[in-house]
Design a protein around this ligand. Structure first.
Ligand SMILES: Nc1ncnc2c1ncn2[C@@H]1O[C@H](COP(=O)(O)OP(=O)(O)OP(=O)(O)O)[C@@H](O)[C@H]1O
Ligand SMILES: [Mg+2]
Length: 279
């Protein structure tokens, strides 16, 4: 029998080395409720996404998907319930503090800085992590500043290459078609190696080959970089094909949370969301 000690190490009653317990889920929501006046946009929602998992979130318009993202990212404080990142309760934390803890998101309405180039859109995302010297440091060109600048550019180049954007690094972001702008938004979110990534309708407005490319990239990010990804999408085919797991929200409540195959065959999901009868 295994017992949990105060240090969090699991030790067997018999001899042998102590075993570490499984790490906490990268993202966990517990009993989250959000109300807008008399409307419950989310009602006692629980959700866990482990590292390396691509979890799809589907539901009809107004089901509460974006509200859930706002709660996770810190834009909205829930009426009740909690949000944990890697086991730490972040419910009271600001958006910026959660971002420093490894959380990034993209938006339902794609948000790139149109007056910057593709590469600059990535460079602005890679926040300054110190180096000292303040404004004076900039003026006299401290070596740490120059090193940091080089690191940022190298990192941007890696991410641009990973997202297939190297060839258009100097293009103005304002001139990009929606599919490419969504890739730039994703690339910007990847600059600081997020451990938890929220994607709000990333395939919306993409044609089938762009969606395919986007799906391949997102799958690689989850699996190769051990990132926990929660993805909201109306394209049910994309979600069923790409996600390890699917959660269905209906009027602010969790209707199903299972493998794509089981969710697709769930009679409640078929009638409430997919609009077809199970018969
Ligand atoms: N700021 C707000 N004030 C009042 N009600 C809101 C607000 N934001 C969302 N709601 C309501 O909360 C519910 C959930 O909205 P939400 O935007 O989260 O849905 P969604 O699942 O993202 O929908 P969609 O698929 O259309 O993007 C809806 O009834 C919506 O009208
Ligand atoms: Mg929405």
């Amino acid at each position: 029998m295994w017992t949990n000690t105060s240090g969090g190490v699991v030790q067997s009653d018999s001899t042998g080395p102590p075993l570490r317990p499984d790490p906490p889920e990268a993202l966990a929501l517990s009993d989250v409720t959000v109300r807008f006046g008399g409307v419950s946009a989310l009602n006692h929602v629980d959700l866990e996404v482990p590292s390396g998992q691509l979890c799809g979130l589907i539901g009809a318009n107004g089901a509460g998907k974006t509200t859930l993202f706002d709660v996770i990212s810190g834009l909205r404080v829930p009426y009740s319930g909690s949000v944990r990142l890697h086991g730490t309760d972040v419910t009271g934390w600001s958006v910026q503090r959660r971002a420093r803890f490894g959380l990034r998101r993209t938006f339902q309405r794609v948000q790139v800085f149109g007056w910057l180039t593709v590469e600059e859109n990535l460079l602005v995302a890679n926040e300054w992590r110190g180096g000292g010297g303040g404004v004076l440091g900039d003026l006299i060109g401290l070596r740490s500043r120059a090193n940091h600048e080089r690191e940022r550019r190298t990192r941007a180049e890696e991410v641009l290459a990973r997202c297939g954007l190297l060839d258009i690094r100097d293009r103005s972001a304002a001139s990009l078609p929606i599919g490419t702008a969504r890739l730039v938004e994703l690339a910007r979110a990847l600059m600081d190696d997020p451990t938890v990534l929220l994607l709000d309708e990333p395939a919306s407005g993409l044609d089938s080959s762009e969606a395919e490319r986007f799906g391949d990239l997102v799958t690689r990010i989850a699996e190769d970089h051990e990132t926990a990804i929660l993805l909201v999408e109306h394209d049910v085919g994309f979600v069923m094909q790409r996600c390890h797991r699917v959660m269905v929200l209906h009027l602010g409540e969790v209707l199903a949370d299972d493998t794509p195959e089981r969710v697709r065959d769930d009679p409640m999901v078929l009638s409430a969301y997919l609009g077809t009868s199970a018969d």
